[in-house]
Design a protein around this ligand. Structure first.
Ligand code: NAP
Length: 300
């Protein structure tokens, strides 16, 4: 695979919009998969301020962009500007992938599929699963959608604000398995949990030494439970280290990150893409970053 892509007169465009966008890892994994397929296509970061969202969409249509990823702060704001929004994106309340179709812009959300991929690889029967989801933000909504898709018997979302929990609950009015809980209720929920998902930022920089659950709380969980942290850096998080020490199955957020991207790229390209190449590109990127960080502490 060449490290530098040749841009021609026919090179087509994909990209990601956000504000800020400098931190995005999407170009790393998407361009690696595009290079592996040998396509004359490039995926670029586009900084788009909230006030310019509609103008950016018109510009993308004018230049024939094939599609784009959407990140903070546009995931909700873009929805009314699209021609069609998928049912899963409507349930989650956010769009992370937009495709150009004959009928205009089609928005969907690939996070739920990304979340499910590492679970499906375990090849289990999920019907009797009791999921406890820590946090009630955007990622938690994708997790709820994924758990609902697999038909979990109980989906219990834990948050700090009863108002925000009530709003999340309203997103799935017909989903009887979904209940919402304040953190104080955790001692009642943990002993019955068979899947625990961290969808809070607790455990990532600048809280890399923290865990959303205390040692005592982790010990209330049955050892056969699966611990799933959506955080992909650091790997493993404190939460997953605690789980592994207990002998539990631990899943980190890298698989979800790669899989949600792979689903989006295969939608734009209308062909399968290499998840392994995308994953390796991210691992190489992380290794390079930690090498640079090490060098800068040695040579400040
Ligand atoms: P978000 O919308 O900001 O939601 C964060 C949630 O965490 C909120 O419910 C927030 O509670 C809660 N929270 C924050 N700090 C907390 C604390 N100290 N104690 C308890 N709860 C706390 O963020 P998000 O987009 O859902 O992302 C959440 C995490 O998932 C991040 O670490 C992100 O990197 C990760 N993520 C990973 C992937 C992937 O592909 N692997 C995809 C998306 C997100 P309040 O609502 O009360 O503030």
């Amino acid at each position: 695979m060449s490290s530098r892509q040749v841009i021609s007169g026919q090179t087509r465009l994909l990209g990601v919009i956000g504000d800020p966008i400098g931190h995005t890892l999407s170009p790393v994994m998407h361009n690696a998969a595009i290079a592996e397929l040998g396509l004359d296509l490039v995926y670029l970061p586009f900084p788009v301020a909230a006030a310019n969202l509609a103008a950016a969409l018109n510009g993308f249509a004018a230049i024939g962009l094939l599609g784009f990823s959407v990140t903070i702060p546009h995931k909700q704001a873009i929805m009314p500007l699209l021609n069609e929004v998928s049912a899963v994106a409507q349930a989650i309340g956010a769009v992370n992938t937009v495709c150009r179709t004959a009928a205009g812009w089609y928005g969907t959300n690939t996070d739920a599929e990304g979340f499910l991929a590492p679970l499906l690889a375990l090849n289990r029967d999920w019907q009797s699963t009791t999921a406890v989801i820590l946090g009630n933000g955007g990622a938690a909504r994708a997790v709820v959608a994924g758990c609902a898709q697999l038909g979990f018997s109980r989906i219990q979302v834990v948050g700090r604000s009863s108002d925000k929990l009530a709003v999340l609950r309203q997103g799935w009015p017909d989903l009887a398995s979904l209940t919402v809980h304040l953190w104080e209720e955790l001692p009642l929920l943990l002993p019955n949990a068979t899947l625990i998902v961290n969808s809070t930022p607790v455990g990532m920089h600048p809280q890399a030494e923290a865990s959303p659950l205390s040692h005592a709380e982790i010990q209330q969980v049955q050892p056969a439970a699966i611990f799933y942290d959506l955080i992909y850096s650091p790997r493993p998080t404190q939460f997953l280290q605690q789980a592994a020490a207990q002998g539990a199955t631990a899943i980190d957020g890298l698989g979800m990150l790669v899989q949600q991207g792979a689903v989006a790229l295969s939608l734009w390209l209308e062909q399968p893409v290499s998840v392994a190449v995308m994953r390796q590109a991210l691992l190489d990127h992380f290794a390079q970053k930690s090498q640079q960080a090490l060098q800068s502490t040695r040579n400040p």
